[in-house]
Design a protein around this ligand. Structure first.
Ligand code: HEM
Length: 185
């Protein structure tokens, strides 16, 4: 079988790592060269990274029958982390696209840095879980274990955390719509 997933997985890993590097530099400095790199390439690298992630997600889901993919904690964790990776980088893409270079003004640069850092950690965990599924674990899972998550068990959060995440998300949407309306007036 042609290893489409192995080939495809390189794109999000490489492109999102590059996007994170540009976000890190741009959130720490307004140097002319960094601003030019941000304004000329970041949006394209983000779009290609998210598209590559969707391709990796689709080819990853084709490797095993769905029943098998959702039967074990490792593959369940992989699907969860892969989906979160794509969602968070899609938010970064939409923020940079809709707000343009204004996204770096004020607290925006710290929001982009937090989202970018969370996104690259999720992408790294997704790749690491792929190595586990291939039978070659990496040291990152030992770090996750130290932090309290054994990757051989399905990632789990209590219901109150899910409710909190939902409430924070909703508050973010309301705040966003509110500030959008204010700027429109
Ligand atoms: C953003 C999405 C994804 C990325 C970046 C990604 C990345 C990776 C990486 C880096 C590997 C190791 C490849 C190697 O060492 O050659 C891998 C393997 C693997 N991934 Fe993914 N993956 C993604 C989504 C998924 C999804 C959604 C599934 C579904 C269960 C999946 C299933 C697998 C499997 C089964 C392997 C082992 C390879 C095999 O058995 O042939 N991947 N993935």
């Amino acid at each position: 079988m042609i290893p489409y997933h192995h080939m495809m997985a390189h794109f999000p890993i490489a492109l999102l790592s590059l996007a994170f590097f540009v976000i890190l530099l741009r959130s720490l400095t307004s140097n002319a060269l960094v601003r030019r790199v941000d304004s000329t390439v970041l949006i394209y690298v983000l779009a290609a990274g998210v598209a590559g992630g969707l391709g990796a997600l689709a080819t990853g889901l084709m490797i095993w029958p769905t029943e098998a993919a959702v039967a074990g904690p490792m593959a369940r964790n992989k699907i969860l982390m892969a989906t979160w990776t794509i969602v968070i980088w899609s938010v970064v893409l939409v923020l940079r696209w809709r707000m343009g270079e204004n996204v770096w003004n004020g607290t925006g640069r710290y929001l982009m840095l937090v989202l970018g850092t969370t996104g690259i950690i999720l992408a790294s965990i997704t790749g690491t879980l792929g190595g586990h599924l291939l039978g070659s674990p990496s040291a990152l899972s030992a770090v996750l274990n130290q932090l309290g998550w054994n990757v051989y068990q399905t990632y789990f959060v209590p219901n109150w955390v899910l409710l909190l995440m939902f409430a924070v998300g909703l508050a973010g949407v309301v705040a966003g719509l509110g500030s959008g309306r204010k700027t429109a007036v």
